[in-house]
Write a protein that binds this ligand. Structure first.
Ligand SMILES: C[S@@+](CC[C@H](N)C(=O)[O-])C[C@H]1O[C@@H](n2cnc3c(N)ncnc32)[C@H](O)[C@@H]1O
Length: 265
């Protein structure tokens, strides 16, 4: 199956902001409910230990990403608590505030837009990106990695989507999930109920964007080709898939960070 660069609706600048926020809130709730990214905690911890990073700069954070469930599984140096900074090109500030308020001060956010391709230099920390790398065309994907390398920051990319017929079939089930849990998504909004049960725009956009996401997800060999084009001789890169014991959907990952001093290849 070839990679196809179709558009996702919610990422378009013309897509109504209130609907984009509804979509990212729903995505975030579903991912946290299923603990979809829990299997990558040990990988992320190893990379944090190697880079001595007390701060994570999460890019493309959407509705807050997996952090409410994931951050208690991680720690900074000397087992101090890890700080997470949520960022996005189109920040969902209500969701960021809610994640921050529920995090016992582990999670903060950057209110101004942050483009993953050009992260401001002052935002220093280990960069992460969940369910988002597939949005970017190969040249942009390379630029995201190169931007982290140029700033000498570690970066971890994690994806639950896959370019495979079985993953595309899962998307039909996935799009029905909001019908089950939407009334419990916080902050509560009547507009969310309306756009789920009366005019099912949210499930339909999730279905469309979910299928497109699968068709755009990079395969390991394509990630290797992107890494090969980086000017980053002193970086360590790891990529692979991590099985999820709680379900059928493995998490694909790509992690890179400056080679620790004294470690030779
Ligand atoms: C699928 S959603 C986010 C998922 C979120 N990480 C999670 O785990 O729930 C993708 C996000 O990427 C953001 N985005 C799109 N282009 C971007 C860019 N160039 N830089 C930063 N964020 C971007 C969108 O605003 C959207 O919130």
């Amino acid at each position: 199956m070839r990679r196809v660069q179709l558009i996702e609706l919610h990422e378009q600048s013309w897509f109504p902001k209130f609907l984009r926020d509804e979509i990212t809130d729903t995505l975030q709730s579903a991912m946290n409910f299923f603990g979809a990214y829990a299997p990558v905690a040990p990988l992320l911890q190893t990379a944090l230990d190697a880079t001595c990073s007390p701060l994570i700069v999460d890019m493309c954070s959407g509705g807050g990403g997996p952090w409410l469930k994931l951050s208690p599984r991680l720690h900074a140096n000397d087992h101090a608590s890890l700080q997470i900074l949520l960022t996005d090109k189109y920040p969902n500030l209500n969701a960021f505030q809610s994640a921050s308020a529920n995090s016992q001060n582990h999670i903060a956010f950057h209110a101004a837009p942050v483009d993953a391709i050009n992260v401001p230099r002052e935002l220093r920390g280990f960069r992460t990106m969940f369910t988002s790398f597939h949005h970017f065309q190969p040249e942009e994907a390379r630029a995201i990695l190169q931007n982290a390398v140029d700033a000498s920051q570690g970066i971890g990319i994690f994806e639950v989507t896959r370019r495979a017929p079985s993953a595309i079939a899962w998307m039909f089930l996935w799009a029905l999930l909001p019908l089950l849990f939407t009334p419990w998504i916080r902050p509560f909004r009547w507009s969310r109920l309306l756009c789920t049960y009366v005019l099912p725009i949210i499930p339909l956009v999730l279905l469309f964007d979910g299928v497109v996401s699968c068709l755009r997800t990079y395969r390991p060999q394509e990630l290797r080709e992107i890494i090969a084009k980086l000017s980053a001789t002193e970086y360590l890169w790891e990529l692979g898939e991590r099985a999820n014991p709680a379900g059928d959907v493995p998490v694909a990952y790509l992690i890179g960070y400056p080679r620790p001093k004294g470690l030779t290849s």
